[in-house]
Design a binder for this molecule. Structure first.
Ligand SMILES: [Zn+2]
Length: 103
């Protein structure tokens, strides 16, 4: 499942004027995450957050476990997730422990 917040319109990445070095850094990091990230800093009101949010509009959707607030990967959910346990497709959830009835 992919998700995107409903009702949130993003400002287009290409519509931000200037900040060419930041745009380049964000795009390089998106293409090659081995870069390790981008630290964005600058004066208040210079569209730092806007451009980072706009980048999300260029990226493909990500599959997440439905209902998980921490966006666990459905193929390899975090076993320590506070919203878990999540079960990988094909897994059978453990049965509740307790006494069983005899037939
Ligand atoms: Zn989770």
């Amino acid at each position: 499942m992919t998700r995107e917040r409903a009702g949130t319109a993003r400002y287009p990445f290409s519509a931000v004027v200037g900040m060419d070095d930041l745009k380049l850094a964000l795009l390089i990091n998106a293409v090659s995450p081995s870069v390790g990230g981008v630290l964005v800093r600058g004066e208040k009101g210079t569209a730092k957050s806007t451009i980072v949010r706009a980048l999300a509009g260029l990226l493909p959707g990500v599959a997440v476990v439905e209902g998980c607030r921490f966006s666990c990967d459905p193929a390899a959910p975090d076993p320590g997730c506070p919203d878990g346990p999540h079960f990988v497709a094909g897994d059978v959830p453990p049965r509740a422990r307790g006494r069983t009835r005899s037939p």
